[in-house]
Design a protein around this ligand. Sequence first.
Ligand code: SF4
Ligand SMILES: [Mg+2]
Length: 271
Amino acid sequence: MSRQCYPLTEYARPQSLPHMFCPGCGCGQVMNYFIHAIADLGMSLDEIVAIGGVGCAARIPVYLKTDTLHGVHGRTLAWATGIKLHKPEIPVVIFAGDGDAGSIGGNHFIQAARRNLDVTFIIVNNLNFAMTGGQVAPTTPLMATTMTTPYGSSEPPFDLCLLAVSSGATYVSRWTTAHGFQTIKSLKKALTHKGFSVVEIISQCPTHFGRYALGSGNPVDLVKWIKERTVMKSKVSNIEEEQKQGRFVLGEFQDISRAVYSGSTVFETGC
Ligand code: SF4
Ligand SMILES: [Mg+2]
């Protein structure tokens, strides 16, 4: 099918293509799932601001026909806060890597969740700092080999969904790139949710994580490796405690409503 005929071409910014993702990278799948969610909801990209910081996933907004902001590492939520305080009616979507969300922008992440900032925060978790060459990240599985942990990472990883829930986020879910249907459904919920909505997607980085941790740059091997480590939230209580270690628990972790942080909250309370 030619690029002109592809039904979702209208959502991509042709002058930004071709994209920079490596062959087999999960970032392209995440972008595809996001476009499907937008198309299913009948939303127009014209009405959305999409923000990316630094990292492979942070490039996704550059390829979308949204109003796009692409800037420094870990500061996406600061920009989103400014936009929402000025124009609360505009939907704001952030594409963050796991480094952007859990490390460099970690404090913004927990404060935005605490405030219930009304934005959609999509975390593409490829388990390492990919764009800079495959260094260990706060999400790297225990004992996984990376460029900077040749003997395995000795630090336990963050559970970004539990961090979001305990910080106050009002919609939180986790899937993998191998769960397209569920991811699109969660993205649709997140995009229509009022409050801080987080969708974490475990994604394959064959170029760095695959090569260092598995000894294979084949994306299929890495997707299989990720899938084998998943367990549904509803089934997690059925498995032994020691078998829970290193698993990616999938499902929805939070779906509640409470007051959002907005211009009127700030001005009415005099904060
Ligand atoms: S370095 Fe990894 S995450 Fe980045 S584009 Fe390549 S495969 Fe994807
Ligand atoms: Mg990363």
